[in-house]
Write a protein that binds this ligand. Structure first.
Ligand SMILES: Cc1cc2nc3c(=O)[nH]c(=O)nc-3n(C[C@H](O)[C@H](O)[C@H](O)COP(=O)(O)OP(=O)(O)OC[C@H]3O[C@@H](n4cnc5c(N)ncnc54)[C@H](O)[C@@H]3O)c2cc1C
Length: 274
């Protein structure tokens, strides 16, 4: 990685609010929906059956396996893998007490002209800043600026997505005031999750495999851990840095994250003093 001092940073970034840039030339981006479709095709090709919009509402032990109620029907399963990430709820109470769902929000501007795009991120790199309340941005192929913020204390809903879009636009303008007047054409969001030690975890709980807790960085890690957990089902030894770490429940937490507003204020204060 290379440090670029503030005096030269406009070779990388047309944003005066930063105090230098650290460049990691090996960082890359992928289109997450295309990736998801590719994974789904690979799974179907390998013989898996996918059942979307089929919520699992109950999982209980039955003999050496499990009885799972999914879409109102009972299934007997030898193994269950819980990979419910920021959507973990009371169906899996032991995991629910260990992960806190948080919303992650993004917006995309109208396409910027070539000159504006070249002035704000000349080498078209992916950018994120080092604040706790961090923002991240990149240029899409058609020169839209995609701008997101890391986990927020409110969960993802259509209403929160609309509300956060306006807040994100203000954040975007605080980084790139030259984009005032640029239209926001898309806004979207989803839930991510945070563990107490902010590290992903995988292992066994109540006889069930799990891989969870990516803190908004799961695109590569979830695929990696998914593959390793799959190998566990085939009888291989789990061998990842994230398996069987100490994974404590969050004290006084049973699914309603009452402490998040306090944590939000604390981290905003830390950003301000640091
Ligand atoms: C706006 C945004 C930006 C992001 N940016 C990045 C990024 O730049 N880099 C990065 O690495 N990651 C990023 N992420 C995070 C990334 O999307 C996740 O880490 C990744 O999707 C985790 O994959 P997963 O399969 O573990 O969980 P998810 O993709 O969250 O899937 C969990 C699934 O479990 C299902 N589920 C939950 N409970 C049940 C139930 N009872 N029955 C049936 N199904 C259930 C849910 O419906 C969901 O489909 C971003 C996320 C968002 C929302």
């Amino acid at each position: 990685m290379t440090l670029v001092p503030r005096a030269l940073q406009d070779t990388e970034l047309g944003a005066g609010c930063y105090h230098g840039v650290l460049v990691d030339p090996q960082s890359v981006a992928l289109h997450p929906v295309k990736y998801l479709h590719g994974l789904a095709r690979a799974a179907i090709g390998a013989g898996a059956r996918l059942h979307e919009t089929t919520p699992v509402t109950r999982v209980t032990r039955q003999g050496v396996g499990f009885r799972v109620i999914a879409g109102g029907k009972a299934i007997v399963a030898r193994d269950v893998i819980a990979c419910t990430n920021g959507y973990t709820d009371s169906v899996l109470p032991a995991l629910q007490r260990r992960v806190v769902p948080m919303g992650s929000f993004a917006i995309a501007t109208e396409p910027l002209g070539d000159t504006v795009a070249a002035a704000i991120i000349p080498r078209r790199r992916l950018v994120f800043d080092s604040r706790y309340d961090s923002c991240q941005f990149r240029l899409a192929r058609d020169n839209r600026l995609v701008f997101g913020v890391r986990a927020q204390i409110i969960p993802s809903t259509p209403a929160s997505t609309r509300r956060l879009a306006a807040i994100l636009q203000e954040r975007l303008l605080s980084v790139f005031p030259q984009l005032r007047g640029t239209r926001i054409e898309y806004a979207w969001s989803g839930n991510v999750d945070m563990t107490r030690d902010r590290v992903p975890h995988a292992g066994l709980v109540d006889g069930m495999h799990y891989a969870i807790g990516y803190g908004g960085h799961g695109v590569a890690l979830a695929t990696y851990l998914g593959m390793r957990v799959g190998e566990c089902l085939l009888g291989k030894q789990a061998d990842t840095p994230f398996h069987d770490l100490r994974f404590d429940p969050i004290p006084l937490y049973h699914g309603r994250p009452w402490f998040l507003p306090l944590a939000g204020v604390y981290y905003k204060w830390k950003d301000w003093v640091e």
